[in-house]
Every structure is written in structure tokens, then in C-alpha cells.
Design a protein around this ligand. Structure first.
Ligand SMILES: [Zn+2]
Ligand SMILES: [Zn+2]
Ligand SMILES: [Zn+2]
Length: 89
């Protein structure tokens, strides 16, 4: 992955960490997910694009919160859906 930040990522001063390492929407409907991601605008944790429902990217598009952080233990990076921006922290 290339290190290509964007204004949304640069505006972030503190990283929101997940409350739980699970997709809140998949838990409600009993679906399986692959990787959890945490929205850096509202703090909701949702599933990645490798998951069947892709809740994190749907959330980014529908409410306009483009930046997520990986909620995987040991992973420390941010991603912006709008710009495909990426940064490690
Ligand atoms: Zn961005
Ligand atoms: Zn999900
Ligand atoms: Zn959000």
C-alpha cells in the first residue's frame, strides 16, 4: 500500500479506537464480516470491503464520513474512502 495521505486524514488529531472488534450492523443481522473498521468521525465500527455487506464503505458514502481506522489488533493505519488516502500512525 502506498503512503498517500489526504486533507481528511491530515485533519485527524486523535484516533478513535473501536469499542468492540466487530461490525455493529452485522451483529444486528447475524451476518459474518471479515475485518472491522472504525469511523473516525462518529466512532462506529463497521465491516470492510472484503465483507459481504461492506458496511464501512456504505456508511462513508451515505453519511459522508470518509476516514476509517483499522480496528484489527496490531494494525495502526487510516484510510480515506473519498480520496483513497492512506496513512500509518
Ligand atoms: Zn480524504
Ligand atoms: Zn457489517
Ligand atoms: Zn461515521
Amino acid at each position: 500500500m502506498s503512503e498517500q495521505s489526504c486533507p481528511h486524514i491530515e485533519a485527524i488529531t486523535s484516533i478513535k479506537r473501536p469499542k468492540r472488534q466487530e461490525c455493529e450492523e452485522c451483529v444486528k443481522i447475524g451476518a459474518a464480516w471479515v475485518h472491522p473498521r472504525t469511523c473516525q468521525e462518529c466512532g462506529v465500527t463497521l465491516c470492510c470491503d472484503s465483507s459481504p455487506y461492506q458496511h464501512a464503505s456504505k456508511h462513508a458514502r451515505s453519511v459522508g464520513h470518509p476516514v476509517i481506522a483499522s480496528a484489527q489488533p496490531g494494525e495502526r493505519w487510516l484510510y480515506c474512502y473519498a480520496d483513497e488516502g492512506f496513512a500509518e500512525y
